[in-house]
Design a protein around this ligand. Structure first.
Ligand SMILES: Nc1ncnc2c1ncn2[C@@H]1O[C@H](COP(=O)(O)OP(=O)(O)OP(=O)(O)O)[C@@H](O)[C@H]1O
Ligand SMILES: [Mg+2]
Length: 239
């Protein structure tokens, strides 16, 4: 399975954010998407998830036989700011989520088993989401993917709100599920990208670029990435 982006263009007014961005993401790999603030990472995720339509270019999800298998349930998207119904308890929300997606769920576990996986304590399960911490809300977003298992999972800045222990647990979780998914997450944390990801993709001047594997292993990796990202700001300050 591959997620194929071809020549994605997206502008807001006269600001061109994505300039024929193309890339092929493969199943079984975790991709770290690096880019400066405002480089267009969230915009790209919105185009992939169809939350916002690109001006031109195509997004396809193709299976092993080359057929486009994209449908409404193909993409799981965790927003940087979790969007959850605050007036439900965590337990009520998961019950609701399972109910509306029931035709689409395989190997369903019990709600408590899901809470166990993301380590939300028993007493917190029946509290309103409005009183959850930011990290707990992010965990709830994350568990939705464990329930419905969308083939493509987009995580916009997901791990920054987690404390070190939770971030470690979520990283383990992502590694465990990665073989069945295409996982792309945006981050500003270079260490996280190198630590968790199989590939690093830079969004640079509106285009996607794979960071060479040799470069990833080289001792001056951090400097080289800085050079690439700084080039971007030089270009945009000129234009
Ligand atoms: N709905 C919108 N209307 C107008 N401009 C927008 C809109 N959404 C994004 N932009 C602009 O597009 C550019 C890219 O924004 P985007 O949010 O995709 O960046 P980002 O890489 O996700 O940044 P960050 O790292 O800060 O999250 C920015 O200049 C932003 O101002
Ligand atoms: Mg963003």
């Amino acid at each position: 399975m591959e997620l194929i982006l071809k020549d994605i263009e997206k502008s807001f007014g006269d600001k061109q954010v994505l300039k024929k961005a193309s890339f092929t993401f493969e199943k079984g790999r975790i991709y770290g998407l690096l880019g400066r603030n405002g480089s267009g990472k969230t915009t790209l995720f919105n185009c992939i998830s169809e939350d916002d339509k690109q001006d031109s270019g195509t997004v396809e999800l193709v299976d092993e036989t080359g057929n486009d298998i994209m449908n409404y349930s193909s993409i799981g998207y965790a927003f940087a700011q979790p969007v959850l119904p605050e007036f439900l308890t965590g337990y009520e929300f998961l019950k609701f989520y399972i109910d509306v997606n029931k035709d689409n769920i395989q190997n369903l576990l019990s709600i408590d088993e899901y809470f166990d996986i993301i380590k939300i304590e028993k007493e917190d399960r029946y509290r309103l989401i409005k009183d959850y911490s930011f990290g707990m809300k992010n965990k709830i977003q994350m568990v939705c993917f464990l329930i419905t298992k969308p083939p493509v999972i987009l995580l916009d800045e997901p791990l920054t709100s987690f404390d070190v222990v939770v971030a470690y647990e979520i990283k383990q979780l992502l590694k465990k599920i990665k073989s069945d998914h295409i996982l792309i997450f945006s981050t500003h944390i270079l260490e996280l990208a190198t630590d968790l990801c199989d590939d690093i993709v830079v969004l640079n001047n509106g285009q996607l670029e794979l960071v060479d594997e040799e470069l990833l292993k080289s001792p001056d990796f951090e400097e080289k990435i800085m050079d690439i990202l700084k080039e971007d700001s030089d270009v945009s300050s000129v234009s």
